[in-house]
Design a protein around this ligand. Structure first.
Ligand code: GLC
Length: 536
């Protein structure tokens, strides 16, 4: 072992793996298809583990792999404790988990506790009659006095959040698709059933869960109407029409998350990551009053904010200031629900974005293919699969879910069959095989960033302080000072950092020709340059 590696390990071994590690999201339908049916599968992921090890990530978060009618591509679960035949079998899962662990890679599953599929046996029973013992496992309400839905709650995908069941004359709540009825988390039997499923996977050895829409689990007990959003404008996404005051983020959620956390903590070194789209002030509550909430409430600001240096710097400061004592930060750059970073900010800035993600204080979460600079593939409305596109045209998520680009062979090496979504046209140049051999590629930059992060405790566990000029921050650990300076624009610019930064040497730059000494006090950044400097 090299000397630097040994010191790094010594410095970071009092931290948990989910603090120092990098999380990589695999969307299993689109990562690698081993059996040629056009849809990715578990054997496919297993076959690509050596790539992920080479890439240097620490944990895979697998989007849902459970039996499902696929109305929302796996986020409509019909059985929490099995694998969809499209993806393989439980034996394939065990093999994948073992192979990942052999390579030192953790594996997280996607827990979808807010709703099931309408084809889940629990719901089939629940809808069978008003007095079925499982009736109260879901949220059934009478029509409003004059008829129609019980209140004004809207689906996140668009339209009413209620579906009438003509046979029993009541509506069921579904905050997403009509095929995704919401479970009633006020019912202890529901909690126990989901906790049993969590144990099923934890006992098999999974390293934790990313918990889907965790902030939605509990709704207002009185089902009050949501207030109208005064900022909503015609043409904007329908789901924003009301402020979701009563249909999300209710105080009782804390108790449920505490229960989930206690369950996870009864195993060794497992993690709970919560999917939460909320403003900072409300997000922080999800760490739990005594840090007994989720370990990492996803911080989506790099996705939700405009790509603007000042705005992002302020967000970094606001986030750090809002963190409860002892809480560990995290940053997310992309996922299967949002436009890819390279499509949002362009290729040159996507490189800067990777520097940002991999040098900020906190656990980074990366989306498959972003390490290559993969871009969204436009999918016409008529050809869309995504239920959100069907209910809110223009807001579809298929474009960011297209097949991983492995090489220059047909279908980018993703499948021998017909891929379920089209492969991007740029695959002959944007792919793992080509970029691996090109020192100027996005993939090469990503690899260097991961290496640098791993070798530099200041970047993983060091303190962080943003500087006043432009967008720059200092990371510091035991006397090692690392300066990160980012140019979020297309013109060169000079940062006057004054006494905050001295002479330094370049550790890494997005600009291939930048090497050697740097004047840290008066820093000249090239267009679209992200620079990491070791200060003297
Ligand atoms: C989460 C998932 C998204 C899904 C929704 C409903 O936001 O990330 O893909 O459609 O929950 O489960």
């Amino acid at each position: 072992m090299a000397a630097t590696e040994a010191t790094t390990e010594a410095a970071t071994d009092t931290y948990h793996w989910w603090q120092t590690g990098i999380v990589y999201q695999v969307y299993p339908r689109s990562f690698m298809d081993a059996n040629g049916d056009g849809v990715g599968d578990l054997q496919g992921v297993e076959g690509r583990l050596d790539y992920l090890r080479w890439l240097g990530i620490d944990a895979i978060w697998l989007a849902p792999i459970f039996p499902s009618p696929m109305a929302d591509f796996g986020y409509d679960v019909a059985d929490y404790s099995d694998v969809h035949p499209l993806f393989g079998t439980l034996a394939d899962f065990d093999a994948l988990l073992a192979a990942a662990h052999e390579r030192g890679i953790k594996l997280l599953l996607d827990l979808v506790p807010n709703h099931t599929s309408d084809e889940h046996p629990w719901f089939v029973e629940s809808r069978s009659s008003r007095d079925n013992p499982k009736r109260d496992w879901y949220i059934w309400r009478d029509p409003a006095p004059g008829g129609g839905p019980p209140n004004n709650w809207q689906s996140h995908f668009g339209g009413d959040a209620w579906t009438l069941d003509p046979a029993t004359g009541q509506y069921y709540l579904r905050l997403f698709d009509t095929k995704q009825p919401d479970l009633n988390w006020r019912n202890p039997a529901v909690r126990n059933a989901v906790y049993r499923a969590m144990r099923f996977w934890l006992d098999r050895g999974v390293d934790g869960f990313r918990v889907d829409v965790i902030w939605l689990l509990i709704k207002d007990a009185r089902f009050r109407d949501n207030p109208v959003n005064p900022d909503w404008t015609e043409g904007e996404r329908p789901a924003r029409r009301y402020i979701r005051q009563y249909s999300e983020d209710q105080p009782e959620i804390a108790e449920i998350i505490r229960e989930m956390r206690a369950l996870v903590d009864s195993y060794d070194e497992r993690v709970l990551i919560g999917e939460i789209y909320l403003p900072l002030t409300r997000l922080m509550a999800y760490y739990g009053e005594n840090l007994d909430g989720v370990h990492l409430p996803f911080n989506f600001q790099l996705i939700t904010l405009p790509w603007d240096a000042r705005g992002i710097r302020e967000a970094v400061d606001a986030y750090e200031a809002a963190l409860p004592p002892g809480a560990w930060p995290n940053w997310v750059l992309g996922n299967h629900d949002n436009t890819r970073i390279a499509s949002r900010v362009g290729l040159a800035q996507a490189r800067v974005a990777q520097v940002l993600l991999l040098t900020l204080r906190g656990t980074p979460t990366c989306y498959y293919g972003d390490e290559l600079g993969m871009r969204d593939v436009p999918i016409p409305h008529e050809l869309a699969y995504d239920p959100q596109e069907k209910l809110s045209p223009g807001y579809g998520r298929d474009p960011e879910r297209t097949p991983m680009q492995w090489d220059t062979t047909v279908n980018a090496g993703f499948t021998a069959g017909k891929p379920w979504l089209p492969v991007a046209n740029d695959y002959p140049t944007v792919n793992v095989a080509v970029e691996r051999d090109d020192p100027t590629s996005m993939l090469a930059l990503y690899r260097r960033l991961v290496d640098l992060r791993r070798a530099t405790p200041a970047l993983t566990i060091g303190s962080q302080r943003t500087l006043d000029a432009g967008f720059a921050y200092l990371r510091e650990h035991e006397g090692t000072r690392v300066l990160v300076a980012l140019n979020l624009g297309g013109d060169a610019r000079t940062l006057d950092l004054g006494s905050a930064a001295a002479e330094g040497t370049t550790l890494l730059s997005t600009a291939p020709d930048r090497v050697g000494a740097v004047d840290g006090a008066r820093l000249v950044l090239g267009a679209n340059e992200g620079l990491v400097v070791r200060l003297a």
